[in-house]
Design a binder for this molecule. Structure first.
Ligand code: ARG
Length: 606
């Protein structure tokens, strides 16, 4: 079957212009050609600004050009003639080339999007991509920072999958380290007998348990000593301690998985810090043998505190602490072993760390040390730290509960559902739906809003968490987009035209759309591939949200001025504009594909 794929118009034009440049000025195929969408229809739909810089380069080279406009003329002369995407090319100002798209082409592509969905072209440079995401810590709160990592990570992973890559989502859970010493110690004190054949821990609230252990650890010398002994036992993999540790992790795991289920996070493989224990041991030996570790005395600590081992990046920036003075490993050690595992065992070609921006310097040191140790070759493996800013409350201070505690994620999601429910009830939606439909609408609205509010902001900025804002039904919010989608999907239904009928019509008939609002909408939905490409290279998601919002806005402009179903006031007969229904459904397909990447579930009714 001939499944045509959505074409990236910018990329296509860039290619045509490159060919034209090379023909007009042979040997210049490498000259960087940029094509950008224009904001003003007066200047066409896209613009190519290659002539002025080309002139600057050719000036004085005796090729007989007097000004950039002449270059633009020569390029237009050599522009491939058979290209169906273009209506005309025009020169503006000092030699800018304005590109006007051909309406027939737009209609053809829109038809394809309706018939085959907003599918990408096959990716010839498919890569094995690892997305390090979510990564909460056992026994500590899974807080809004981890929510951001989960939401952004999932969308980055989906974006990569959509772009044709082979994606592995890894959850780098903080499930190892000294805090387990005191947790196990307290377990032994409180539930010694119980632990012998327990399948489940008699603790439901790990946070409280953690606080209790921490208090003892800080105040009770004996408890502290025993806690350290527990860490040693645990790290030497004593089965009894491993069992206690497992029971603790299970409690957290259950909590985490509930959150993941609610947020529609699938295929997230748990591979916590503990997974790397053996690998950390051998890595440290290897680095030691290569002479890459140095002895170091912790700052402020005398020799009594013992000597630890550190590794310096070649540029002497922040060193990694590889072995603590008590012989234990650290977060740094685990990230070095993790990098080695991912590159050498998992054969990763691209590693994306979705972790808060505060850890930027940590990752810089990890990359540099991994390179120094011969683990990472930047020419073979791309690494990115996809950082993100902190979540603020409406008071612009760090997001906290009224009493000043960190906000529990489960509570946050519950509140979202409650608020979404209130909002829908305000509009009387509960009266128009069955109880099940209402429940579905409420949860979808809540989760979509929370995700969308995060994703629609530039991830590098901090963002203010506000249920009121995210639940608004005007402006760039999930509610607005979900409504737009449901409305679009209802148009053909109300016209009594089934999807099958529409497919048959689109396959057989010549479609004509001549209203400028229709053209604007088509041009916007056909920008999807280039926005996807931009997001995939820059690893950002807000441009997708902006595009979906534009599509929804231009759709409503189109819908307000072009009838899809028209009633003749005299005869009372209804006329159905099938061509416009095709445009409606193509629009819906693009929105749906966008939602899919943002992990938002559209609704049939809302
Ligand atoms: N558990 C860490 C935290 O809560 C995040 C881990 C991120 N991933 C990594 N490979 N270091 O801050």
């Amino acid at each position: 079957k001939d499944i045509r794929h959505m074409k990236n118009i910018t990329q296509m034009l860039r290619l045509y212009f490159t060919i034209a440049v090379d023909k007009a000025y042979p040997g210049l195929a490498d000259f960087p050609v940029t094509v950008t969408p224009t904001n003003n229809p007066k200047f066409g739909d896209y613009q190519c600004n290659v002539a002025p810089p080309l002139f600057a380069m050719l000036k004085g080279k005796n090729v007989g050009v007097a000004n950039p406009r002449q270059i633009a003329e020569a390029i237009i002369r050599e522009f491939p003639k058979s290209v169906d995407v273009i209506e005309k090319l025009e020169i503006a100002g000092p030699g800018f080339i304005n590109v006007f798209l051909n309406v027939e082409y737009l209609i053809e592509e829109t038809k394809t999007v309706f018939l085959h969905g907003a599918l990408p072209a096959p990716n010839p440079c498919k890569k094995r991509v690892i997305v390090d995401m979510s990564s909460p810590n056992v026994a500590k709160e899974m807080h809004v920072g981890h929510l951001r990592s989960t939401i952004i990570g999932e969308s980055i992973a989906r974006l990569m999958e959509y772009s044709g890559h082979d994606v592995l989502r890894l959850n780098h859970v903080g499930d190892w380290g000294t805090q387990f010493g005191m947790l196990i110690c307290l377990l032994q004190d409180k539930f010694k007998d119980y632990l012998k054949d327990a399948k489940q821990l008699p603790v439901s609230d790990l946070q409280t348990f953690y606080k209790e252990a921490k208090k003892l650890f800080d105040e009770d010398e004996d408890f502290k000593k025993r806690s350290y002994a527990c860490v040693v036992q645990l790290q030497s993999l004593n089965p009894e301690y491993i069992k206690a540790w497992n029971l603790i992790c299970d409690v957290s795991r259950k909590e985490f998985s509930k959150i993941y289920a609610r947020l529609d996070i699938k295929n997230l493989v748990e591979r916590g810090e503990s997974f790397y224990q053996k690998r950390m041991e051998s890595l440290v030996k290897e680095l030691e043998a290569k002479g890459l570790l140095e002895d170091d005395i912790p700052e402020g600590g005398g020799a009594l505190q013992g000597i630890r081992k550190i590794m310096h990046p070649p540029d002497k920036s922040l060193p990694l602490i590889m072995v603590k003075s008590d012989g234990g490993f650290t977060y740094d050690t685990s990230d070095m072993a993790t990098a080695k595992n991912r590159i050498e065992e998992e054969k990763a070609e691209w590693i994306i760390y979705v972790v808060d921006a505060g850890q930027g310097t940590h990752f810089q040191s990890v990359y540099k040390c991994a390179k120094r140790a011969g683990i990472w070759d930047p020419n073979r493996v791309r690494v990115d730290h996809v950082g993100f800013g902190v979540v603020l409350g409406e008071d612009k201070k760090k997001f906290k509960t009224r009493s000043g505690d960190t906000v529990k994620l489960a509570d946050l999601l519950d509140e979202g559902i409650k608020r979404a429910g209130d909002k829908l009830r305000e509009k009387g939606r509960d009266k128009e739906m069955t109880a099940e439909e209402f429940e579905a609408a409420m949860t979808s609205v809540a989760y979509s809003c929370i995700k969308y509010a995060d994703l629609s902001h530039n991830r590098n900025h901090e963002y203010v968490f506000s249920f009121d804002k995210m639940l608004e039904d005007k402006g760039n919010t999930a509610v607005y987009l979900l409504y737009a989608y449901t409305r679009i999907k209802s148009i053909a239904r109300k016209a009594g035209v089934s999807l099958e009928q529409l497919v048959e019509y689109a396959t057989k008939s010549k479609i004509s759309l001549s209203n400028p609002k229709e053209h604007k909408l088509m041009k916007t939905i056909l920008k999807f591939p280039e926005i996807i490409e931009k997001c995939g290279t820059e690893l950002v998601l807000h441009p997708i949200c902006e595009l979906l919002y534009d599509i929804a806005v231009y759709f409503s402009e189109f819908y307000d001025s072009c009838y899809c179903i028209e009633k003749d006031s005299k005869t009372g007969e209804t006329k159905i504009h099938m061509d416009r229904l095709v445009l409606c459904e193509a629009t819906a397909n693009v929105l749906k594909q966008g939602f899919e990447i943002l992990a938002i579930r559209p609704l049939h009714r809302m």
